[in-house]
Design a protein around this ligand. Structure first.
Ligand code: BTN
Length: 243
């Protein structure tokens, strides 16, 4: 990994995308102490209270067709979940790539993809981990739904150490994915999942659907068992746990 560190930046993903467009290599990483325009999935804002969180974006150049991007999402989610577990957080993955602890969001992943029909040019894997925010650092509307490593384990953690650990886990899983394919990633992902076997609500732009999260298939898609006994398969979507 080659690290580009910034004190303040708009979004580490935007910076990494622009570096990748200019030819940056696989393994170049952008880290910022603070983001002023952090992006979440589906155009949402990723809040970034000063000095407390980890914002990291890694440029990857996998030799894969774009249809296999969901597998890469799972690789990153597994690496992030293992990083959190090493810190003593009982973190789980909420498909596709949210990390939660005790039902509250503790980290998020945003993949920006540049590809043509046949192959991926680059992927920017952006990871935001709530590290040292106290409840008071969080905006009112996030207090019930977000948490941080500090709130979960009762200690302040070092951003540099967490960044190093995350990159080590990411390297391990990227190597395994390249050598052995998706199967080992999928089996680890299923172990780390916080929703398998539980009732979920899937929200899509034009409909909402309730069921039981039944399986993550060999392409990284979520299989939901519907109340009428049938199943439906999702390659992307927004999940709420109904517990
Ligand atoms: C989500 O849960 O919606 C994804 C959040 C991803 C946030 C990270 S922080 C580092 C990187 N830079 C961004 O602008 N977003 C991602």
């Amino acid at each position: 990994w080659a690290i580009h560190h910034h004190a303040v930046i708009g979004s580490t993903n935007d910076e990494a995308v622009s570096l990748a467009r200019d030819g940056a290599a696989h393994g170049e990483v952008v880290i910022a102490d603070r983001q002023t325009a952090g992006r979440g999935r589906r155009g949402r804002v990723w809040a970034s209270p000063p000095r407390v969180n980890l914002h990291l974006s890694a440029i990857l150049r996998p030799k894969l067709p774009p249809q296999r991007a969901p597998e890469l999402v799972a690789v990153v989610a597994v690496a992030a979940a293992e990083t959190l577990r090493d810190l003593g957080v009982s973190a789980g993955i909420k498909w596709p790539n949210d990390l939660e602890a005790e039902g509250r969001k503790i980290a998020g992943i945003l993949l920006d993809l540049s590809a043509d029909a046949g192959r991926i040019h680059f992927v920017v894997a952006g990871i935001g981990i709530n590290l040292n925010a106290t409840r008071d650092d969080l905006p009112e509307e996030l207090r019930g739904i977000a948490t941080s490593v500090r709130q979960e384990v009762g200690a302040i953690v070092s951003r540099a150490e967490v960044a190093a650990s995350l990159l080590a886990h990411l390297e391990t899983w990227l190597d395994r994915f390249e050598e052995e394919g998706f199967a080992p990633v999928r089996s680890r992902y299923r172990e780390l999942s916080s929703i398998l076997g539980h009732p979920v609500r899937l929200t899509e732009p034009d409909r909402t659907l309730d069921g039981i999260a039944e399986e993550i298939d060999e392409a990284g898609a979520l299989i939901v068992r519907l109340p009428d006994g049938g199943t439906e398969r999702f390659l992307s979507g927004d999940v709420t746990s109904l517990r």
